[in-house]
Design a protein around this ligand. Sequence first.
Ligand code: 13P
Length: 251
Amino acid sequence: MTATISPLIAGNWKMNGTRASLDELSALAGMLTSGAAPRAIVVICPPATIVAAAARQGAPSGIVVGGQDCHVEVSGAYTGDIAAGMLADAGAQYVIVGHSERRSGHGETDEQIRMKAIAAIGAGLKPIICIGETEAQREAGDAEAVVASQLAGSVPDAAENHEVNIAYEPIWAIGTGRTPSNEDIAAMHAFIRQKLVDRFGEKGLSIRILYGGSLKPQNAREILSIENVNGGLVGGASLLASDFYTIISAV
Ligand code: 13P
């Protein structure tokens, strides 16, 4: 963990959760307020339908809420889409953009993701921009090239003047129980840091780089202590308050 960056642990609930899931949020709030204050900023990204309720419920215990995607436009004829300003209006402070599941399932391009991040910043949200290679790309030795190109394409100019978070999520580690070795995580995070410094100068040193992909209670302490890992983006293990709390406490 880089000392100057406040760590952040975000839970991405993906398409899981109804109002009943807010009980899990209450349980997490109880754990967070009964023990020592968490060192990390704690973010939950629930489905859009419960963003407002989660934001209300999380506020007293310091849990902040994020969306899982936003549209590039402020408003308009985009049936089913959600504007960044709507998430902000519902109480969100963060928004995930460019998750690999949206890149693959919805054909999102780096350019669209960059526009989404710009829209998020414009609405006062803090984007969490996801990048990461496939297993085939890693095996072909292309992981760094892929990540470099995603960084160049999806991170907006002037990112250094706002709170922008990068989440490195190797696609083959998402939901599989597999993770890169600690050395590989360290190497990729150092590579991302260097790219951010090359582009944004000294301010690139304070952009948060999260790790995501099978981050679990069992491996959180090890992974979150790697240099340039400034927190985590957690999928499955964020759905259960006790697991998520263990990860938060590992910071
Ligand atoms: P898992 O933690 O379930 O592997 O998911 C990671 C992820 O995609 C978070 O955005």
